[in-house]
Design a protein around this ligand. Structure first.
Ligand code: GDP
Ligand code: IMO
Ligand code: MG
Length: 422
């Protein structure tokens, strides 16, 4: 396996965790490069479900190294909880796990400010995961953030935290929110810092030495293309670069070391949180929710659902330079008689073949649909591409051609074994 960046080609929750788990078999190192514990990546192995938030999904394969890169915003309390949860399930986290010294630390005031801003936005809220992601990246850009290298030095951390708590408590008070306790925060974070210290290292050097030695790196994207701070449906986005470029800045591995970009997309569309979703459709949402699927892996919120949007995925292929596609959740469409695919948007008499940047325009866009006949038979037991119903194959070929990338993986269930390579 070459050095591969894996990204979500839609609005997140495309099934990246499952595909990462499959691709990790061929990789040596799996690295998260952006986002934080707003992510929820689900992997199902032999009936056991794992939900990863900060730890790369590669941790579930023995013998692989996992790295939290410099571009991630890391909640140490959340990470310790996640490590403990995985250990209880028998997952080894020891000399196979590394955390960047320069990853920024999510603090309680970030979470509180995230929640406060959402309340104050009222009906214009973003629908964040309230994990403090936006305020933490805000502090990073404002150059007032605390990093892992600070957290693992107890005295330095205490000094820096004192100053930050003073300033943020003044802001919280002005917003009518309860200030946080410096002493309690310090104690909790220093304890987490002691737990995490053995894993904290210079991951930029580690990753570059590994590629120099011919090791294969898999970059595990979080969120999706349309949640990207630059390329998404701003302001209804997350606060990091979720697109392929973010993997380089978020790891310190240079672009010429990247061999391919893998895009993951569902056979339909989902979004959790607010913001435009041109192909949103209540019937599909009812169908999928009725099957007990499409509830958020991090917040449990029901995901909004719609038809496959090829305008969006074509845009994602362009922005990320997607070479290969994995299409997941094909089985979600098994019962439908007719399947729609959005091939263009219409707005005010104009046709759009790309995603307009103005979210007001995008939210008013009417999809132009092409219709495909459904296959109306269960696909979840199929293990070979050729054994998929012909109509399913035609549909999948059509959406990958419309997207403009090669179809490489087809997924018909959450399990490892429910995966076909083309
Ligand atoms: P991620 O954030 O991109 O890793 O995706 P999530 O884990 O948040 O959401 C994807 C959901 O779809 C999870 O519940 C997966 O177990 C599930 N999943 C992934 N691929 C398939 C598939 O092909 N079929 C079905 N039925 N479920 C799938
Ligand atoms: P994975 O990696 C889906 C969404 C939130 C909200 C917006 C901003 O599992 O695909 P944030 O808390 O990041 O400030 O919220 O982004 N969001 C996700 N949606 N999957 C995710 O991650 C997401 N991470 C954030 O719902 O709309
Ligand atoms: Mg998810």
């Amino acid at each position: 396996m070459a050095n591969t960046i894996l990204v979500g080609a839609q609005w997140g929750d495309e099934g990246k965790g499952k595909i990462i788990d499959v691709l990790t078999e061929e990789a040596d190192i799996v690295v998260r490069t952006q986002g934080g514990n707003n992510a929820g990546h689900t992997v199902l192995i032999g009936g056991q479900k794992y939900v990863l938030h900060l730890i790369p999904s590669g941790i579930l394969r023995p013998g692989k190294k996992c790295v939290i890169g410099n571009g991630v915003v890391l909640d140490p309390i959340g990470l310790v909880e996640e490590m403990d949860g995985l250990k209880k399930l028998g997952v080894k986290i020891a000399d196979n796990f590394f955390i960047s010294e320069t990853a920024h630390v999510v603090l309680p005031y970030h979470r509180l400010l995230d929640a406060q801003r959402e309340v104050r936005k009222g009906r214009n809220k973003i629908g964040t995961t309230k994990r403090g992601i936006g305020p933490c990246y805000g502090d990073k850009a404002a150059r007032v953030g605390l990093r892992m290298i600070d957290l693992i030095k107890p005295d330095r951390f205490a000094d820096l935290l004192a100053a930050r708590v003073r300033e943020n408590n003044a802001v919280l008070k002005a917003l009518g929110a309860k200030p946080i306790s410096f002493r309690k925060t310090l104690a909790e974070y220093q304890a987490a810092g002691r737990r995490l210290r053995p894993f904290v290292t210079n991951t930029v050097v580690l990753l570059n030495e590994a590629t120099n030695q011919g090791r294969h790196i898999l970059f595990e994207g979080a969120q999706g293309t349309f949640l990207d701070i630059d390329h998404g449906t701003y302001p209804y986005v997350t606060s990091s670069n979720t697109t392929a470029g973010g993997a380089c800045t978020g790891s310190g591995v240079p672009p010429h070391r990247i061999d391919r970009v893998f895009g993951v997309m569902k056979a339909y569309t989902t979004r959790v949180g607010e913001g435009p979703l041109p192909t949103e459709n209540a019937e599909i949402a009812d169908l999928l929710h009725g099957m007990g699927r499409e509830f958020g892996a991090t917040t449990g919120r029901p995901r909004r659902c719609g038809w496959f949007d090829a305008v969006a995925t074509r845009h994602a292929a362009m922005v990320n330079g997607i070479d290969d596609l994995a299409i997941t959740n094909i089985d979600g469409l098994d019962t439908l008689e007719n399947i729609r695919v959005c091939i263009a948007y219409r707005h005010g008499g104009r046709r759009y073949d790309h995603v307009p940047n103005d979210v007001e325009v995008l939210s008013e866009c009417e999809p132009v649909y092409a219709d495909f006949p459904g296959w109306r038979t269960s696909t979840s037991g199929v293990r070979e591409w050729k054994k998929l119903p012909a109509r399913a194959r035609s549909y999948l070929k059509a959406i990958s051609e419309l997207t403009g990338a090669r179809l490489t993986i087809a997924s018909v269930g959450p399990g490892r074994e429910q995966t076909m390579f083309l």
